[in-house]
Design a protein around this ligand. Structure first.
Ligand code: SAM
Length: 303
């Protein structure tokens, strides 16, 4: 059950896309002077070494954060256009975990979120992670933050733990659901957890990451999420980024590993600023990270 370790995938194209959107969502939600809760149901280890064994073996960051950082170098343009503010904002946060000119550490969703939270409004970050090693690593990383009661973490099932937290006392929250979809039942659990959460707390912002892979459950998920949001009469936004096939022939000795080529993010009750932010950011991400056959982007909204 627990073979998925996010350390192999940290900083890949899916992380870049998801985290650009996460930072853009939080930028907006932290404008209002009322406490915000961020609930990360599938938190991962929080921080990852990009020069460590896991990331080095997979090489996935090479098609993600490394490519983005290298392409930009010291420039702040992509394809002759000024860098989209959402990408610039995201990069600034990632770079804050690294020495100037280096990219050795990648912050996962808990650490990106924590950087955006405010102490004066008593924002809170609630983290859940079930994997024995990753929850231990997360606990260690959270302890180093010295953030006191602002950040809490539990080794628990995020789908289940969510129920007790909604609605939050301030009635303002972002819930990030980012399962590994290692087990088929995760697809159904996402839909059930969202349905239950909307009953408990209809005005929360919910962001669900999903892989775009040839599996019936994965194919059906965005459609099921749209139906759910429409039935609840809630606005939604669906965005995806496909980097396409690597058309370069593998170098001698290199194992051909197609990996994940596309992913999406479905947001219920998105901030009104998210669509314009992604309208600027997605084409630039595609320009830098897109490779060959099958590359593309989708940005649609409804409700
Ligand atoms: N959200 C993280 C980020 O963006 O940096 C990445 C999370 S990773 C895709 C998914 C994580 O969920 C894995 O670390 C996995 O161990 C964990 N996990 C799997 N099932 C879980 C569950 N039911 N509750 C909490 N965590 C779970």
């Amino acid at each position: 059950m627990f073979s998925y370790r996010h350390a192999f995938h940290a900083g890949n194209h899916a992380d870049v896309f998801k985290h650009v959107a996460l930072v853009a969502i939080l930028r907006h939600l932290t404008q209002k002077e009322t406490a915000l809760w961020v609930i990360d149901t599938h938190a991962g280890a929080g921080l990852y070494r990009l020069d460590g064994d896991h990331a080095g073996t997979s090489g996935e960051a090479g098609h993600g954060i490394f490519k983005l950082a290298e392409t930009l170098g010291t420039h702040d343009t992509i394809d002759g256009q000024p860098l989209a503010p959402a990408i610039a904002d995201y990069l600034e946060h990632v770079r804050a975990f690294n020495r100037k000119g280096e990219m050795r550490v990648y912050p996962g969703s808990p650490f990106l979120a924590q950087r955006l939270l405010r102490t004066e409004t008593r924002d809170k970050l609630k983290l859940f992670e079930l994997h024995p090693s990753d929850s231990k690593a997360l606990a260690g990383h959270v302890a180093q933050l010295d953030a006191g009661r602002q950040v809490t973490m539990d080794r628990a099932d995020g789908f289940e733990a969510l129920k007790a937290l909604l609605p939050p006392p301030s009635r303002r929250a972002l819930v990030l659901m980012d399962p590994s979809y290692e087990i088929k039942s995760d697809y159904g659990k996402v839909v059930a957890a969202l349905k239950d959460s909307l009953h408990r707390f209809a005005t929360g912002t919910y962001a669900v990451w999903y892989p775009i892979i040839p599996r019936p459950e994965a194919h059906d998920l965005p459609r099921r999420l749209k139906t759910l949001a429409n039935q609840a009469h809630k606005p939604w936004l669906n965005a995806s980024l496909a980097i396409g096939q690597d058309d370069q022939p593998p170098t001698p000795g290199e194992v051909h590993r197609p990996g994940l080529l596309a992913s999406g993010l479905f947001v219920i009750n998105p901030p009104h600023t998210l669509k314009p932010a992604l309208q600027e950011a997605l084409p630039q991400l595609l320009h830098v990270l897109g490779r060959g056959r099958g590359k593309g982007q989708v940005l649609e909204a409804g409700g």
